[in-house]
Write a protein that binds this ligand. Structure first.
Ligand code: ARG
Length: 563
C-alpha cells in the first residue's frame, strides 16, 4: 500500500502536489493512517478536521477502501479489504521482492572489517564486519554497484616490534605452535619492554625496532623474509575468522598498499595549496575553514606516512579507479572526529564523493552486579575465535536433543551474534549478554530463525511448488500478515537510505511475532481446512518464507534447515 492514490486525491481537491506517507496504526483504528490533512491545513489555511473530512469523502467515493474515517484533530484512518491487499501483494511480487533500483548507475565503496595485523582478531572488529556487511547488502538490494574493501591495518610499527620481539622472546617452534596468538603475545611483551626501557631512559630496544623498519624499507633480504612470514600468519588468521563470520570483501588493499602512494598524495596537496609544510618538515592541512581548530597532520617531520596519509592516498586511489558516489567506512565511534576531518579534507580537495562514516557504539558486557562495562580482556572474551567457539557451544545447547547439523549450529551461533548487533540503532552501545542473544522468546536472531524454520517445515511437509494468491479466498485471518509483508519494500528502502539495518531486524522480529499469533489462531494445512484455504495459506507462507530469507540475508544471517 502506498500513498500515491491519496496524493492524487489531494491534487484533485486542493491542487497541491505532495507525497503522502501511510503509517500502520493499531489494528482497531484501521489498516493504514495518514496525517496528510494536518500537514495540508497550515498550507491551505483551513481547519485540519475539515480538510480531513473533504479528503475522506473523496477517498470513500474512489471505492478503493472498505472504510474511511476521520479521527482526532484530522487523522484519516483507512481500511482495505484483506482480499485487495492480497491482490496487491501478488501484483508486486517477484523473486526480488523488497528490492529497488534507487542506486542504479551509481557506485559505492564499502569498507569493513579492516582489522589490524599485529594482534589476533578481537571483538573490537566484530561490529565493523556486521554493520559493514549489512551496508553492502542493503546497497546491493537498492541497485548500487558495490565495491567492498578490507582496509587492513598492516603498515608501520608492528613489523619492527614483531622482529625485535621475536628474536628476543620467541622462537620458530613457538611461532609454529601459537601462530598469530604467539605473534600477539610477542607484540604485547615487546611493547611492555619498550615502555619499561623508556621509563629508565634507555633506547636499545627502540633502536632495534627502528633498525628493522629501516631494513625492511631498504629491501633487506632477512627483513623481507620476516615480513612475509609474519604477514602470512596474520593474514591467514584474519581470513579464517572472516570465513567463520561468513563475511568477505572483493578487495583487500591495506594501509601498506597505500603508504608508498602517500608521498605523491601529500605532494599533490602541497601543489594545490591545500596543505602547508612546517619548518620541521611535517605537513598539515588546516581545516579551520571547515570548522576544525585542529589541522590534519598528513606527514611526519621525518617524512613518514601516518594513518591520515594512507587514507588520503586511499581516497585518491578510489576516486581514480572507481569514481564512487559514496565511500562507506564501517569504523567505531571513537574515530568520529578523525573521519569528520577526513571528510573535510576530501571536500577541500574538491573530490565529489561523499564520505559516510558508518559508526557504531561499543560492545558492553554485564558485570556480575548487573552494571554494564565495555567488553575487555579483563572481563572475559575478547578474542573473536573464543567468542565464536562460545556461541557455537551455546547454539548446540539451544538445539540439544534435536537432530541439528553442525552447519545449522553455526548458523544459529552467527544468527545470535549478528542479530544482537542490530538490536538498536547502531550508534548506541550494544549489550552482549549470552542469555539474551540466544533467547528463543525475545528479540533475538534464533527467535527469528526459528520462525523461518517453522514456516519452511510447514511448506516442505505440504510439498507445494510456488502457489499464487487466490482471488477466491478472503484472507481474513491473514490480513495482519499481508499488511506486514506489504511494508517490507518500504523498510528496505528506509534502512538503505539511512544505513540503519536495525530497521530490518525490527521488521523481521515483528513478522515473526505476527506469524506466531497467526498459527495460534489458524490451522494451515491440517485436515479440517478446505482445499481453497490450504492453497491460499500455503501461498502466503511461501511469501513469508521468502521475506525471512531475504531480510535475514541483508543482515548476513542464514536460515538453518532445522533447529
Ligand atoms: N584498522 C583500523 C582500526 O582498527 C580501521 C581502519 C578504518 N579505515 C580507514 N580507512 N581508516 O582502527
Amino acid at each position: 500500500m502506498d500513498g500515491a492514490t491519496i496524493a492524487k486525491a489531494v491534487k484533485d481537491l486542493f491542487d497541491v502536489e505532495t507525497t503522502v506517507n501511510l503509517t500502520v496504526p493499531a489494528a482497531e483504528f484501521g489498516d493504514y493512517a495518514t496525517n496528510i490533512a494536518l500537514q495540508l491545513a497550515g498550507r491551505l489555511k483551513q481547519n485540519p478536521r475539515e480538510v480531513a473530512e473533504k479528503l475522506a469523502e473523496a477517498l470513500r467515493a474512489s471505492g478503493d477502501y472498505s472504510e474511511v474515517s476521520v479521527a482526532g484533530p484530522g487523522f484519516i484512518n483507512l481500511r482495505v479489504s484483506a482480499r485487495s491487499l492480497a491482490r496487491q501483494l501478488e501484483d508486486n511480487w517477484n523473486e526480488h521482492y523488497g528490492e529497488n533500483s534507487d542506486g542504479a548507475g551509481k557506485t559505492v565503496v564499502v569498507e569493513y572489517p579492516s582489522p589490524n595485523m599485529a594482534k589476533p582478531y578481537s571483538v573490537g572488529h566484530l561490529r565493523s564486519g556486521n554493520q559493514g556487511w549489512a551496508a553492502k547488502r542493503l546497497m546491493e538490494a537498492t541497485g548500487w554497484k558495490v565495491i567492498t574493501d578490507n582496509h587492513l591495518g598492516d603498515y608501520g610499527a608492528p613489523f619492527g616490534i614483531w622482529v625485535t620481539g621475536f628474536l628476543k622472546f620467541s622462537s620458530n617452534a613457538k611461532l609454529k605452535k601459537g601462530g598469530v596468538y604467539e605473534l600477539g603475545r610477542v607484540y604485547i611483551a615487546t611493547r611492555k619492554a619498550l615502555k619499561d626501557e623508556a621509563a629508565v631512559g634507555g633506547h636499545e630496544l627502540a633502536d632495534e625496532v627502528q633498525n628493522w623498519l629501516l631494513k625492511l624499507e631498504q629491501g633487506d633480504e632477512e627483513a623481507a623474509h620476516y615480513s612475509e612470514m609474519f604477514n602470512e600468519i596474520s593474514l591467514k588468521h584474519i581470513h579464517e575468522v572472516m570465513g567463520r563470520l561468513r563475511i568477505s570483501t572483493e578487495y583487500e588493499l591495506g594501509e601498506a598498499f597505500f603508504a608508498p602512494r602517500g608521498k605523491a598524495a601529500v605532494q599533490e596537496l602541497l601543489d594545490k595549496g591545500v596543505a602547508k609544510q612546517n619548518d620541521d618538515g611535517s605537513v598539515i592541512v588546516p581545516l579551520d575553514d571547515y570548522g576544525f581548530d585542529v589541522p590534519l597532520l598528513v606527514q611526519k617531520s621525518n617524512g613518514a606516512a601516518l594513518y591520515a596519509t594512507t587514507d588520503l592516498a586511499t581516497l585518491l586511489y578510489r576516486e581514480q579507479e572507481w569514481q564512487p558516489e559514496k565511500v562507506i567506512y564501517a569504523v567505531g565511534a571513537e574515530q568520529q572526529f578523525y573521519f569528520a576531518q577526513l571528510a573535510a579534507l576530501a571536500k577541500k580537495l574538491g573530490l565529489k564523493l561523499e564520505l559516510v562514516h558508518l559508526w557504531f557504539g561499543a560492545i558492553d558486557q554485564l558485570n556480575e552486579d548487573g552494571t554494564r562495562e565495555k567488553m575487555s580482556s579483563r572481563k572475559g572474551v575478547v578474542l573473536m575465535e573464543e567468542l565464536l567457539n562460545e556461541a557455537e557451544k551455546r547454539a548446540s545447547e539451544v538445539v540439544r536433543g534435536r537432530e541439528v547439523s553442525d552447519e545449522d549450529v553455526k548458523r544459529i551461533a552467527l544468527g545470535a551474534i549478528k542479530f544482537s548487533d542490530f538490536a538498536a540503532d547502531r550508534r548506541t552501545n550494544i549489550l552482549f549478554d549470552w542469555d539474551n542473544i540466544f533467547a528463543l522468546t525475545g528479540f533475538s536472531g534464533p527467535y527469528v530463525q526459528y520462525a523461518a524454520v517453522r514456516v519452511n517445515r510447514i511448506l516442505s511437509l505440504a510439498g507445494k511448488a510456488a502457489v499464487e494468491m487466490s482471488d477466491d479466498y478472503d484472507y481474513a485471518p491473514e490480513k495482519a500478515l499481508i499488511v506486514k509483508l506489504l511494508e517490507y519494500p518500504k523498510i528496505v528502502r528506509l534502512a538503505a537510505n539511512e544505513l540503519e539495518p536495525h530497521k530490518i531486524a525490527g521488521f523481521l522480529y515483528e513478522l515473526a511475532r505476527e506469524l506466531n499469533r497467526y498459527y495460534e489462531a489458524t490451522p494451515v494445512a491440517t485436515n479440517n481446512v478446505t482445499d481453497l484455504e490450504k492453497q491460499a495459506r500455503l501461498g502466503l507462507l511461501q511469501k513469508v518464507s521468502h521475506v525471512f530469507d531475504h531480510g535475514l540475508s541483508l543482515l548476513g544471517i542464514e536460515v538453518p534447515s532445522a533447529m
